[in-house]
Design a protein around this ligand. Structure first.
Ligand SMILES: C[S@@+](CC[C@H](N)C(=O)[O-])C[C@H]1O[C@@H](n2cnc3c(N)ncnc32)[C@H](O)[C@@H]1O
Ligand SMILES: [Zn+2]
Length: 306
């Protein structure tokens, strides 16, 4: 199993590394400061007959919750009290996804990912896609900044290794992953490069231009196309683009699914209230599901950092 890394020690060593040039100024007689590379590995230990926690060499301790996940998000990395998706949005997402509307996308994911040992799903949400990734990876690590998301994922899918963490500072060692997925979630290119072994795979899913077109037409006077190509452009500087494909089909939504979509997407915040309430009262709606699936690979030779 891939060991977790202590987020507090990792943050401290980045701070130390950043202070080296300044600290060295004027210290002509002393040896230059050296920052030793450490893995800051967390070790599992039993704190009582019924509870376990992870501890690093410096003594930082992270309890394992009843549902089996660990919270590795230091308060310093929290930009709000409850970062990430809300419970209401997560529950709506779970109801909607359990309705099978996006199952073709879930199936497409397991087809494009090369079977491997360790896969990290960044911004995993309540875990619908993450759980399916166990079909192609022996160890699936599920990370999200929202504690309620990780609690739901860990409770429903015990085979996943779940942690509350930010994609901006993933608590895992360099080159520890064979594959990384980001499904409608943030795309931290520098962290992806650090975490992937050479030759490793990245899969990024974003809405394709026509995604939910008639649904968005009902909500907005002007409908703007989603722009998946911008991800490929940004990533191509550091990764090889292996494949970009669209998964596209029609879906028929009932009133419950229409309202769950409103709760789980940002559309509801942006729509005008009159249109929003008209959509919320629709009994059914026929629309399009269209996803862009971008597959990248980390070059075997270092082409320079992100
Ligand atoms: C649109 S949801 C997608 C969830 C899941 N991948 C899915 O498709 O069902 C985006 C997820 O990214 C998470 N997220 C947002 N910012 C994040 C960050 N900085 N680090 C980790 N997760 C983040 C949110 O909490 C949310 O669960
Ligand atoms: Zn530590």
């Amino acid at each position: 199993m891939t060991p977790w890394r202590c987020p507090l020690c990792a943050a401290a060593s980045i701070r130390a590394a950043n202070t080296v040039p300044d600290a060295a100024i004027g210290e002509q007689d002393s040896e230059p400061l050296e920052v030793t590379e450490s893995t800051h590995e967390l070790r599992l230990e039993s704190t009582s007959p019924t509870s376990k926690s992870y501890r690093c060499e410096a003594g930082h301790c992270f309890d394992i919750a009843r549902e089996g996940y660990v919270n590795l998000l230091p308060v310093q990395q929290k930009k709000s009290l409850s970062p990430g998706d809300t419970i209401e949005s997560l529950q709506a997402r779970r109801r909607f996804l359990d309705g099978g509307f996006y199952q073709p996308l879930r199936d497409a994911l397991t087809e494009v990912i090369t079977p491997c040992q360790t896969l990290i799903d960044l911004g995993c949400g309540e875990g619908y896609y993450t759980a399916a990734l166990n079909d192609v990876a022996c160890e699936v690590i599920a990370l999200d900044i929202a504690k309620p998301a990780i609690r739901m994922a860990a409770k429903t899918y015990p085979a996943l290794r779940c942690a509350v963490a930010s994609v901006a500072a993933v608590p895992l060692a360099d080159a520890s992953a064979d594959a990384i997925t980001s499904i409608f979630a943030p795309v931290p290119l520098a962290e992806m490069l650090r975490l992937l072994r050479p030759g490793g795979q990245v899969v990024i899913v974003t809405p394709a231009p026509a995604h939910l077109f008639s649904y968005r037409q009902a909500l907005f006077e002007q409908v703007h196309d989603h722009e998946p190509s911008k991800f490929a452009e940004a990533a191509s500087e550091h990764f090889q683009v292996v494949l970009q494909k669209e998964v596209r089909y029609d879906i028929s939504l009932d009133q419950a699914a229409i309202n769950d979509l409103l709760l789980m997407t940002p559309y509801a915040w942006k729509a005008n209230p009159v249109r929003l309430s008209a959509v919320a009262q629709l009994q059914s709606l026929h629309t399009e599901a269209a996803f862009s699936v971008l597959v990248l690979s980390k070059p075997m030779l270092d082409l320079g950092g992100a």
